[in-house]
Design a protein around this ligand. Structure first.
Ligand code: SAJ
Length: 480
């Protein structure tokens, strides 16, 4: 009789060699954390030697992190892993056959949200690479966020087809969604509870044994693979929904002439009870690899594996509506810009706009799906000239953000703040007024990081998302 998967694992012993596919924001810290864990002997990082990402291989093998921006602990963990010969990076995917467990952390974007069409190209490539090198007794874990149903369906099919083996009989398969945020990758990996869902009980157990050793304060939460997929997509959908709620409130406050932050503080005074647990911040938009698309994975999951949904007739999904509100925010930033320019006697056409912040998250270089890009295009389409500044993002396609604030702000008619990078909090009103060299520079604070008064005092026209209290302030005499 064929040996069961459970018996196979018992004979094989604990997981000692791990492979991590995809050397990005999730794969790099995961590999570093696994490699620094005494329970594991060796970690391979797998990275294609492509023109855009191939450089990461040599960097990692030299003990250096290819990620820019503040990422506490990561550099030291990578250096130590390489020095102790517990980690190496390779483009030779056949090495996958040497490991006991392989995790996949690649991008899973959406090609077309309207038709709920995901782009699983990278995921498919990674699954094929794993499938072609799969051995009996191996554990495969999807860490990328996926449409519910993907682990049991799409992923299982590819792995079985490529390997000729059977999931649940010859190898274990699970979903353990990453829940990290750029800027605190290592801490999140160790401290966040880890949802781990196998396609069956032995798969869940084996996957739990992979993640339990790296958790310091976090604990493992076992469930089914599909439940894990729904958990991850739902948690990001809810976050998006909460941001949309406060964004809508901000738009209402602007129209009613009040300050959304006063209202927010009022609601928040419930101190963690009731509604204030879900109180987030309004802003210039929602970017990143996750929030802009995870709602669509959830919506698609219901279509792919769900039955009839009992829902009000002819009503749009609350979650999709939330996405639309958040997608609207960079457009609202443009409306505020145009109104401000008008007050200064200027038009969008021919105006010079300094766009501060290209990264979607503060103090990082992560610019995936950045709302700044939407605003940038809208400004250009309307005939404005835009100069972008970001202290961390050096290049984005053909765009090269300036590293010096003065280079972006000099002679600007308007300054739009999109990212709450620390550097922008100390923006000096006198310097801004001097650099702009115009009587009434327009400032649009998309992240509520500036105190408007010192700017207004110097003649600036100040606008902020949700700042109904100041958006129509009287314009003061210009004072340099
Ligand atoms: N944002 C707001 N207001 C807020 C919070 C965020 O406008 O109150 C905007 C940010 O400016 C940014 C976007 O939303 O443009 C996303 O920010 P984020 O703080 O959610 O950062 P992400 O996308 O890197 O992280 C999310 C996280 N999800 C949750 O906190 C529930 C993280 O835990 C996930 O691991 C991550 O998505 C992911 O990889 O899925």
């Amino acid at each position: 009789m064929k040996e069961t998967l459970r018996a196979l694992f018992e004979r094989q012993g604990p997981i000692s060699r791990i492979g991590v596919i995809g050397m990005g924001y999730v794969g790099i810290p995961s590999a570093a954390v696994f490699a620094n864990c005494p329970e594991f002997d060796f970690v391979w990082g797998f990275q294609r030697d492509s023109p855009t990402s191939g450089y990461k291989i040599d960097l990692l093998n030299a003990g250096k992190s290819p990620l820019v921006g503040k990422e506490p602990e990561l550099d030291a963990l990578i250096r130590n892993a390489v020095e102790t010969e517990k980690f190496a990076c390779t483009s030779d995917f056949s090495t996958i056959s040497e490991v006991d467990a392989v995790t996949i952390a690649v991008q899973t974007p959406f090609r077309n949200p309207k038709d709920l069409l995901p782009d699983f190209g990278s995921l498919e490539g990674a699954l094929k690479d794993v499938g072609a090198n799969l051995r009996e007794g191996m554990l495969v874990v999807l860490e990328s966020t996926v449409t519910p149903g993907t682990t049991e369906g799409f992923a299982r099919d590819i792995l079985e087809r490529e390997s000729g083996l059977k999931a649940g009989e010859d190898f274990a398969l699970a979903h353990a969604p990453e829940r990290v945020m750029v800027g605190r990758l290592v801490r999140n990996l160790r401290e966040h509870d880890r949802v781990v869902g196998g396609i069956d009980e032995p798969s869940t157990k084996r996957a739990v044994s992979l993640y339990a050793p790296i958790l310091t304060s976090g604990r493992v939460i076992p469930m089914s693979a599909t439940a894990a997929e729904v958990t991850k997509t739902a948690e990001n959908t809810f976050r998006d929904l909460q941001i949309a709620a406060i964004n809508q409130l901000a738009l209402y406050c602007e129209s009613m002439g009040i300050n959304v932050y006063d209202v927010r503080a009022g609601i928040d005074s419930l101190k963690g009870e009731g509604v204030s647990r879900g109180l987030l911040f309004p802003g210039a938009g929602v970017g990143g690899h996750c929030l802009p698309k995870d709602t669509y994975h959830l919506e698609r999951g219901v279509k792919v594996i769900g039955g009839r949904v009992d829902y009000p007739d002819n009503s749009e999904s609350l979650f999709v509506l939330a996405r639309q509100i958040n997608d609207f925010m960079p457009k609202h930033m443009l409306s505020l810009t145009v109104e401000g320019l008008k007050r200064a006697g200027k038009a969008q056409k021919g105006a010079k706009i300094a766009l501060l912040g290209w990264a979607f998250l503060k103090n990082t270089d992560d610019a995936r799906n950045t709302p700044s890009e939407v605003y940038y295009s809208l400004c250009i389409d309307g005939g404005a000239e835009v100069v972008v500044h970001d202290p961390y993002v050096k290049r984005f396609g053909s765009l090269h953000p300036r590293a010096q604030l003065e280079d972006a702000i000099r002679n600007a008619d308007a300054i739009a703040i999109f990212t709450d990078h620390d550097e922008y909090r100390s923006l000096d009103p006198a310097l801004v007024r001097e650099w702009c060299d115009t009587a009434h520079p327009v400032i649009i604070d998309g992240r509520n990081i500036l105190d408007p008064e010192p700017f207004i005092e110097r003649g600036c026209i100040f606008k902020g998302i949700g700042r109904g209290d100041i958006n129509h302030h009287a314009i003061r005499e210009s004072r340099a």
